[in-house]
Design a protein around this ligand. Structure first.
Ligand code: MN
Length: 447
């Protein structure tokens, strides 16, 4: 059984020595984000003295594939497969009483966001932002539960502006708004890496992402009922904010420094009104510094799992997928296949594009290429690909609005086949190799 709480995960980080505590004064404006960015992938930072209050802030709870793999309890090479497995074999959650839920230790209906240590991350951000809150909602028609993470701009003591991309929450909100009704939501803050990962699953509408977390924990996730809305939230969370999306209301949200390393511009966006806050005693506030590896991998790992599953449906001998950091962990995919038939590379590309609207470039390589090594992937493109024959472009499909080169989200898609043609002379494409190179240790030869 894996830990279901941020505190349990902090114990693991403490033991491995990667959790660093910062007890000197740190400003919530830029300084905290700068430190989080410098520690990205190396240390988790726990700030004890930020802003005016005394609530600690944690950031960078998992900044590498190795760290997420440790949380899931598998070797790093098996991380994406483990996520895919969990998504294919979801498990039920369990409801617990309020008395058994740490997040109910303190309850207030008088929410005041100005009392929380919410950072301003980037130079031109419109204000403080919640970046690590998992939003829980239900389909107003079917009652199916959904998890998602959104950028949430603090607009007042009880008010947040929210960016809702055209995915599941968008669908629910439109249905509620069409009837002039509010859509109830809850925001859980202070979670472990598994629950954050599960919230990012690429799953069909109606799929309850909590059940992926239960499968990854290998034990039912503990949930507890909310106070003012008909929703269930993780019992082990540090902080839960309850409220609703206001029908027909729009206010200026943004700008906000996003994962593509550009600002998402300010514009009129939907608004959340908060109705209650429940917390642990002495809660820890969690933030994710945008565009860090922590942020990028939270998008990449679940997408790779979902994408590989869909590609395998089209090309059963697809082996692995990598959403590269240079491609923002969203836009550029590398797919490894064990090619058996000519044309499979193209079919793998079609499936990859269909699996996620954000993907705009797919490179398909043979199984001898290390898809996590950008030099090896570029070598495959350089030596196994001719643009006239092996590259195709589909213009003006749906992409991602946060890509500044897109036409408000309308984006071209490019497929690059960097696999060796099946009929080719094998020696022409034989990779050079020095026998026993891998067994020889240079140090053993030094005088
Ligand atoms: Mn969903």
């Amino acid at each position: 059984m894996r830990t279901q709480s941020l505190r349990g995960w902090m114990d693991v980080l403490q033991r491995e020595g990667t959790l660093k505590t910062v007890s000197r004064d740190v400003s919530l404006e830029f300084e905290l984000a700068a430190l989080g960015k410098k520690a990205d992938g190396k240390h988790t930072l726990l700030f004890n003295k930020v802003g005016k209050g005394n609530m600690p802030v944690i950031t960078g709870i998992a900044g590498s594939r190795a760290s997420f793999a440790k949380a899931v309890g598998v070797p790093v090479e098996e991380l994406v497969a483990a996520f895919m497995q969990a998504q294919a074999n979801p498990r039920d959650c369990v409801m617990v009483e309020k008395s058994a839920a740490p997040v109910k230790e303190e309850i207030t209906l008088d929410v005041d966001l100005t009392k929380l240590p919410i950072p301003i991350h980037h130079e031109k951000d419109g204000g403080p932002y919640l970046t690590a809150a998992v939003l829980i909602s239900k389909d107003p028609k079917t009652g199916a539960r959904n998890l998602s993470i959104h950028r949430l701009h603090v607009l007042g003591p009880k008010k947040l502006g929210i960016l809702i991309l055209p995915r599941h929450l968008h669908h629910f909100f439109r249905a509620a708004e069409d009837e002039g009704k509010p859509l109830e939501i809850a925001l859980a803050i202070g979670l472990d890496p598994i629950l954050l990962l599960a919230s990012q699953a690429i799953a069909p509408l109606g799929f309850d992402e909590y059940t992926i977390a239960s499968a990854l924990y290998d034990s039912p996730l503990e949930l507890v009922k909310c106070e003012t809305v008909d929703l269930e939230v993780p019992a082990q969370a540090e902080i839960v904010l309850e409220g609703y999306l206001v029908p027909k209301a729009r206010e200026i949200e943004g700008p906000f420094g996003e994962y593509p390393k550009y600002y998402g511009p300010a514009s009129l966006k939907p608004v959340v009104e908060l109705t209650a806050m429940t917390t642990r005693k002495n809660p820890i506030f969690q933030t994710i510094v945008p565009a860090t590896m922590e942020h990028m991998l939270l998008g990449a790992i679940p997408r790779e799992g979902g994408m590989l599953q869909i590609i395998k449906g089209a090309v059963p001998n697809a082996r692995a997928v990598h959403l590269t950091p240079g491609g923002t962990c969203r836009y550029h995919a590398v797919v490894s296949i064990d090619k058996q038939h000519e044309g499979e590379a193209k079919n793998a590309m079609f499936a990859a594009f269909a699996s996620s609207q954000e993907v705009k470039r797919v490179v398909v390589v043979d199984k001898d290429v290390d898809i996590f090594d950008p030099i090896d992937v570029e070598w495959a493109i350089a030596t196994r690909c001719q643009a006239g024959r092996d590259v195709f472009i589909v213009e003006r499909a749906l992409g991602n609005k946060l890509d500044p080169s897109s036409d408000d989200g309308i984006s071209d898609k490019m497929g690059i086949d960097a696999t060796v043609p099946l009929g080719a002379d094998p020696f022409r494409f034989e990779r050079i190799r020095i026998p026993r190179e891998n067994q020889i240790r240079l140090e053993d030869y030094f005088d």
